[in-house]
Design a binder for this molecule. Sequence first.
Ligand code: EPZ
Length: 423
Amino acid sequence: MDRIVVTGNGPLSGQIPIAGAKNACLTLMPATLLSDEPLTLTNAPRLSDIRTMTTLLQSLGAEVSALNGGQVLALSSHGLNNHTADYDIVRKMRASILVLGPMLARDGHAIVSLPGGCAIGARPVDLHLKALEAMGADLDLRDGYVHAKAPGGLRGAVIDFPMVSVGATENAMMAATLAKGTTVLQNAAREPEIVDLARCLRKMGAQIEGEGTSTITIQGVDRLHGATHPVVTDRIELGTYMLAPAIAGGEVELLGGRLDLVAAFAEKLEQAGVSVRETPAGLAVTRRADRVQAVDVVTEPFPGFPTDLQAQMMALLCCAEGTSVLEERIFENRFMHAPELLRMGAKIDVHGGTATVTGVDRLKGAKVMATDLRASVSLILAGLAAEGETIVNRVYHLDRGYERVEEKLGNVGARIERIKGDD
Ligand code: EPZ
């Protein structure tokens, strides 16, 4: 397995290009199942998760071609000939569940493996299933698979989500585009990835309004047609790299960065003493003093502070002046980066969903273990300002969500290299 070695090397300077959003692309790709006409996605990120979704769609008989080095995805489900999403693929990536709604809406039947949990939590899909049942689907859970049928097609329904779920909102929204009648999603997720999906579906002929608010209304249509759509900028990659100059010092410009995608996060950075400035090319970030100030963080659904930036923010606060309290309200087990940061000399106390971080002057490099996608990048960020070498193992987690991290950080002056694993 590959490892990444980071050595604290002082202030950073330069530009980092931000890619298209993994979590938008992973819901835009299954949208191809809603039409037998071609769907072209541009500004697609080059990540292993995208390759996994490609494999899944191809296993269903869809065509997916990665063009222009993977930045353009040409999809067509004209040749859909299999409605079973197999466990061996689904277990690698939970977002595979997003083929369920589209397949059911298009052909009235689908068999999709239940995704199972992952490192950060049990991550059930009950809200996805309840939404589809409300639209008339007949679901039978057996042998670890959801056997879904809607022989007469899906019908519009009012679906009031008991809690905000990004994936359930996406599955329901896609299914509703071809349902008979009107669907209203209440307490819907408001993430920019939801807005991006709605915009793409509208280009395909769907009738959707309200995306970005808590109430989304979809008027079903008979069929959807092809489209070309640019994947929205990845706000989590953006936030991650905004933390690089905040942690290491210097100034970095994030190309393609948009303040509206990271408003709550940027506000927290400002409170901590980090300046975020809009430029014609994106966002410029610089730390105002030698040390940032402690701030408290609570993760919430968008537009609140994103759970996917909690681990990375903790890396910054490990060296802040004062004590910060981070409350993780979205997932039940998302502090696995804490024990690894402790190995680097951090002072962190975790009790249930709350982590209390007391800043230290400087972390010390150490061998650390990546446990999940965002935890792994938080360790790299911590290594940027640590004394000596930090060696991050199991970087396959990293490659799921970050393109060429060693190149992007290396280009702004970080001392970072990937050591190829022998397996
Ligand atoms: C999406 O996951 C993202 N993944 C996650 O990013 C992100 O952390 C999460 O949204 C929250 O923003 C993709 O978009 C591919 P949820 P998703 O449904 O849709 C519970 C990353 O690092 N829940 O909003 O699975 C769930 O357990 C990943 O890129 C149910 O109880 O998240 C969690 O506690 C990690 N039942 C909460 O809701 C359900 O049916 C929010 O989950 C669905 C969810």
